[in-house]
Write a new protein. Sequence first.
Length: 270
Amino acid sequence: MDIVLGIIIFLFIIFVMYNLFAIVRIFVKWYFGDFFNRYLLVARLDPLYKKPIQKYLKYYQQLNPSDKGIFEKRVQKFINQKQFVARGMKTISDEMKALIAGSAIQLTFGYPSIYFTHFKRILVYPDSYYSEISQQYHKGEVNMGGLIVLSWKNFVEGYIDYEDGINLGIHEMAHALRLENAIANEEYGFLDDEVLRKWTDLSFQEISKMNEGESDFFRTYAATNSQEFFAVAVENFFEKSTDFYDWHPEMYNTLVKILNQNPLTLGRLS
Ligand SMILES: [Zn+2]
């Protein structure tokens, strides 16, 4: 009899403990969920995503081992948070997801808690696509509705030549970064206003020089408006860092402050 009672009590304790654990788990997830999500990186990068990152992302290749680890986990987290949608093709490959997430993490590497929360969906077309709104063919865009749209062909070309100052992924992620900073959500206002004001002054000075035909470091598209100027400048910041710094150290250093990282010292152990 004592043994039966003992077993019953034992099973009861197990039952309570198990449920207690579940209750505590639910509470921890509810209370600390956002904290873990924002500041801790738990998931390791799936090898299917790691391979293309190692093979094609020059930025990642230049990082030191500890930064590589952070970069990988951040890529996995970005992929987990976004919905990738194929347009004009059957599916989105693992390689597409990995490299697109990689370009976003490259842009936000100086801001560990920024994941472009506003942008939940990433649309990928095989090539340039026709926009009914602008009635033109586009290679990519980032819109206030929360979409990042990319032409895969142009995205890949950006990374094949990583020294020409043209990179669609970096360009669109640069737009996403500025919009994310300006949209009222939990990631609002992560960029320093003072530095942004300085950047705006420098941009307008340079745009007017370009319009006067007095400066041609950036491609002419940069002079379209201040948003395009920023996106093109960021492409050059990563792909032609040394030339950019030599040409205009003040502008280069302002971008270092905006992005909170410096491609010229990439991979150095801090
Ligand atoms: Zn643009």
